[in-house]
Ligand binder design. Structure first.
Ligand SMILES: Cc1cc2nc3c(=O)[nH]c(=O)nc-3n(C[C@H](O)[C@H](O)[C@H](O)COP(=O)(O)O)c2cc1C
Length: 179
């Protein structure tokens, strides 16, 4: 089935390791006939959530910035794919900030049903993956119509380019193809 797939890459290193996983996923999903959109947060202005909770009454955020457009794309996507570097055993701050700013989605008729996480870290340790997945889980459980369908963790990569030739890239491509 043709799906709307929104890929949100959060690293400021646009050719970095998690961005490469996202690119391969996008390639696979697109070749399989899905409608794929790739958004990178590196050039977006996304302010912190202020916790005003206006969104719970109005379903809109009181802050007007790039999060608005991204949130709108998230609302209408079938599949959300988040790509992030691991920062201190968790999601990047820029991705976490976007997720906080998605609070208006919480009480909306969101369409997405499947969520994927692609993440890269210097350490190649299960503990890094587990902690980072738990970090996203707190967001996913707030969207009961959706679930985490898949994840790819690439450990042992630190510098830009380290991921080249890593089998995780092929896995990301295959995962994208199977969306
Ligand atoms: C602020 C910061 C925190 C980091 N924290 C961790 C960490 O907790 N565990 C780890 O294995 N790597 C950590 N790293 C390394 C990155 O996860 C690693 O360089 C990764 O490949 C970056 O992905 P990117 O190329 O997609 O930006 C950290 C890097 C930075 C800059």
């Amino acid at each position: 089935m043709n799906k709307k797939v929104l890929i949100i890459s959060s690293s400021f290193r646009t050719k970095g390791n998690s961005a490469r996983l996202a690119e391969e996923f996008a390639k696979g999903a697109s070749e399989a006939g899905n409608e794929v959109e790739f958004v990178s947060l590196h050039d977006k202005k996304i302010a912190f959530c202020r916790g005003c909770l206006v969104c719970q009454k109005t379903k809109r955020c009181a802050i007007l910035d790039d999060a608005d457009l991204i949130r709108e794309k998230m609302l209408h996507a079938d599949v959300l794919v988040f790509a992030t570097p691991v920062y201190y055993y968790g999601l990047s701050g820029q991705l976490k900030t976007l997720l906080d700013r998605c609070n208006p989605l919480y009480c909306s008729n969101y369409r997405f049903r499947e969520i994927y996480l692609l993440f890269a870290a210097a350490e190649d340790d299960e503990d890094v993956a587990d902690r980072t997945l738990k970090n996203l889980d707190g967001w996913v459980v707030c969207y009961p119509e959706a679930h985490l369908k898949g994840d790819i963790f690439c450990g042992g990569v630190n510098d830009v380019g380290d991921i080249e030739g890593n089998p995780r890239l092929q896995e990301a491509y295959e995962m994208g193809k199977s969306v």
